[in-house]
Design a protein. Structure first.
Length: 496
């Protein structure tokens, strides 16, 4: 790979710098020096030729480089013990053999008298895996070489060191950072927990489908500490976490840079709701096939076929949004009366998402669209309904609202409602009367929402990080004709 781009380094800096600073601080016990060391680590990253698209390789490189630099600084404070350079290499390498580890332990004994225990760490700390992974990682051996051991609880009646957890939804976990032991896992629901454990460093976390929230605490001897769930801070899942349904690429608002998302669906379509993509079977009896493609340009931009662009931003744990414009829909079909039919939509819209806890989101959208159609044969008034020829002379506005719920790490449900009304019909202002067909009033329910012109199916089953099965069902009521029409589609989404 060539030189890194500024955007790549900025993204790595945003994602990993806080972790590297905390690690440096624990090793050096000096906040200012820890900042300097973290900056030096990222300066070396800038000069490297590392492929930052490989997240696992990036974090391993950063940890290894940070560990080596920190040990160099620690050795400069005192006269190094013989063989300490070899020990630094051994500690920073995850590939050491059993024989090497035994040798490193022997060297480590020489250094224990010279360095505080917390200044010598393995490349990946218990705290870091507790923040990003579903199961905290135990260290292979403790710094005092005593091996893994259980953490004894003490009696509340006799204890002076207590921890009170005020839980609003949960579940909460309490992880002992020195050993990686999971001390407590509370059930869901509001509750107040009071417990006593040995003094030391702990991590309180809530690890659910779409996010991890944490708070690190240091329990002092003979002190009472209270932590409220609202104090936990959302953290990036990072490369060590196992992806859940809510974190997978097909659930993101914008397709990742240089990634391609392909969707295919087929079934029966009668409900007049927006279905972006290439529609095959336009004007026929209702059977239709839909093909969609999206490409991540980078920097928050994406391209959606046939010809639309979107830009997204916001906070992954709060509000995020996508605004789009172009020609998102192209329909192709043929009938005996109209011949070849070409139709579609052009316009712009805004899609909004708000996370409601860890497993649900609120979705909303607004769009203004103009319809166009062309037939190879001139419309015949005696031949019944025909798309006719229209050059963007009918414009409509649509508003939607709904919810997404992740009911497990493998299934999500999306349900929305919509209202659609013409602004202009056949070149004239549309009447605001529900029983007038020129108004084009449509009330819909079901899988009628989109995120960045990527439809949200009623049911989505995750077969992996980048492959899903999709089921679309939409029901629409047309007040002008007092009729109900439906759409049933089944499809698949794949990310490359």
């Amino acid at each position: 790979m060539g030189s890194l781009t500024e955007d790549q380094v900025k993204e790595a800096y945003r994602r990993y710098f806080p972790i590297i600073v905390r690690k440096s601080g624990r090793m050096l016990r000096d906040a200012s020096e820890a900042q300097d060391l973290a900056q030096e680590t990222f300066l070396r990253l800038w000069r490297s030729r590392l492929d930052l698209r490989d997240a696992a390789a990036t974090i391993a490189w950063l940890y290894q480089t940070c560990t080596r630099l920190a040990l160099d600084r620690l050795r400069s404070r005192v006269r190094p013990a013989e063989g300490s350079a070899e020990l630094a290499d051994g500690l920073a390498s995850p590939e050491a053999s059993a024989e090497d580890r035994s040798h490193h332990r022997a060297l480590l004994k020489e250094m224990i008298d010279r360095f505080p225990a917390t200044e010598i760490e393995a490349a990946i700390l218990v705290r870091d895996t507790a923040v990003v992974a579903a199961t905290p990682q135990h260290p292979s051996f403790r710094i005092d070489l005593s091996g893994r051991r259980d953490l004894a609880l003490v009696s509340l009646t006799n204890a002076k060191t207590t921890l009170s957890l005020k839980q609003t939804s949960g579940p909460l976990q309490l992880v002992h950072l020195d050993t990686g032991l999971l001390i407590l896992e509370s059930p869901r629901g509001p509750r107040e927990l009071r417990l006593s454990v040995r003094p030391g460093r702990y991590l309180i976390r809530r690890h659910l489908a779409s996010e991890t929230r944490v708070k690190e605490i240091d329990l002092r001897p003979d002190a009472a500490t209270t932590v409220r769930e609202a104090e936990l801070v959302a953290v990036s899942s990072g490369p060590l976490a196992a992806k859940s349904a809510a974190e997978r690429d097909v659930s993101a608002s914008i397709v990742a840079a240089r990634a391609i998302e392909l969707q295919a669906a087929g079934g029966v379509r009668h409900a007049p709701v927006i279905d972006p993509g290439l529609r095959l079977g336009e004007g026929g009896p209702g059977a239709v096939g839909i093909l969609r493609a999206s490409y991540g340009i980078g920097g928050g931009w994406q391209f959606m076929a046939p010809l639309a662009f979107g830009y997204g931003g916001g906070d992954r744990f709060g509000w995020d949004w996508v605004t789009w414009a172009g020609m998102p829909t192209l329909g192709l079909g043929r009938t005996d009366a109209a011949g070849t039919i070409v139709s579609g939509l052009a316009g712009a819209g805004f899609d909004l998402r708000r996370w409601l806890g860890a497993q649900a989101t609120f979705n909303a959208s607004a769009a203004v669209l103009g319809a166009y159609s062309w037939t190879s044969r001139a419309p015949d008034p005696t031949a019944g309904a025909s798309p006719g020829r229209h050059a963007l002379d009918t414009w409509s506005a649509q508003l939607t609202g709904g919810f997404t719920r992740f009911i497990s790490d493998a299934v999500s449900l999306n349900l929305g409602v919509s209202i659609n009304h013409n602004l202009v019909a056949a070149g004239d202002l549309a009447p605001w009367a529900r029983d007038d067909a020129r108004g084009g009033l449509v009330l819909g329910v079901g899988s009628i929402q989109r995120r960045g012109l990527r439809p949200l199916p009623l049911v989505r089953v995750y077969l992996g990080d980048r492959l899903t099965l999709d089921g679309h069902v939409a029901v629409a009521y047309l007040p002008a004709t007092k009729s109900v029409v439906e759409t049933y589609l089944a499809g698949v989404t794949a990310m490359f």
